[in-house]
Design a protein around this ligand. Structure first.
Ligand SMILES: [Zn+2]
Length: 294
């Protein structure tokens, strides 16, 4: 038995086939074997990968960084269902510190403010809802929330918390006022196709929030020092898309979106931290608020 791989020839963001290789390491290489053994604690079926390589490439046209050899959909299911430890993934949310919930509440309140109107009339899609903790926060603020999730285990857990969960997107049209995707787009084989599908369900003045690991400096690090396990933004097989603010903005533009600034939110108790966060959110990081261009 081998795990199936797929090859991404063109740039997933701009479609260009002008691609340069930055890094290639066989999965049979000791560094990879040690990384997988430690990260997945022996659950990764690494012997099935040994014919394949971890490859990071960059698009010479738009600068996007990505892995061009990725698992096929069966392989991805295996990875996320069996290699990733479900109990510890759930515990990351269940036992999270107050900071995570404050962050969720802040995102929900910012999106509500930007959407305007009565909360119960704001239709939200939490795309890739995971265990449902963000969706539950949105629901507690009175929003009309649906979650989309591929993992059956996570769907059942979210339903158990009283959330409305869907397994297929509704027909295209004016379906959602807010689409929220936190730590999802780095995992998708065809991020542009997925974003276009989502946008075709968005209200004309709707909002899209996308948050991904920040890939700033990763290309430079790979070129200068090669791959190391600390480069989480380009985690083998999982973070197959590595965005910077520039390439995430480009992805949005390809799907007909433009970035918009969130309203200023400052907390007098931590003014400096708040100002730094506001600056980062506006100019640096890879969490972006978008609206349709027209
Ligand atoms: Zn490109």
């Amino acid at each position: 038995m081998t795990i199936g791989f797929e090859h991404r020839d063109g740039c997933p963001v701009c479609g260009s086939d002008n691609i340069a290789r930055l890094c290639e390491i066989s999965y049979a290489d000791k560094r990879m074997r040690e990384f997988f053994a430690a990260f997945y604690q022996g659950r990764a079926a690494l012997h099935l990968l040994r014919e394949e390589s971890y490859r990071v490439v960059t698009c010479n046209k738009c600068g996007f960084l990505f892995q061009d050899r990725i698992l096929d959909s069966d392989g991805m299911q295996d990875l996320y269902r069996h290699w990733v430890d479900q109990a510890s993934s759930l515990n990351k949310k269940k036992l999270a510190r107050a900071k995570l919930f404050r962050q969720y509440a802040g995102q929900v309140q910012t999106l509500m403010q930007m959407a305007g109107g009565r909360p119960d009339r704001i239709r939200v899609l939490d795309f890739g809802m995971g265990w449902g903790y963000w969706a539950r926060m949105a629901q507690a603020h009175g929003l009309d929330v649906k979650g989309f999730e591929l993992s059956q285990e996570r769907r059942e857990y979210a339903r158990g918390m009283g959330l409305s969960v869907i397994t297929e997107l509704p027909a295209p049209g004016n379906q959602f006022d807010i689409i929220y995707a936190n730590q999802v787009f780095e995992h998708l084989p065809d991020p542009l196709a997925t974003l276009r599908q989502l946008c075709s369900r968005l209200a004309p003045r709707g909002l899209v929030y996308i948050r991904v690991p920040d890939g700033r400096g990763v290309a430079h690090t790979l070129e200068q020092y090669g791959w190391s396990p600390g480069l989480d933004a380009i985690h083998p097989l999982e973070h197959i898309n590595c965005f910077t603010r520039v390439t995430l903005t480009r992805l949005g533009a390809e799907a007909g979106l433009r970035p918009v600034s969130p309203p200023l939110r400052l907390n007098w108790g931590s003014l400096l931290g708040g100002l730094m966060r506001e600056f980062a959110d506006r100019f640096v990081t890879t969490h972006l608020y978008f609206r349709p261009r027209n």
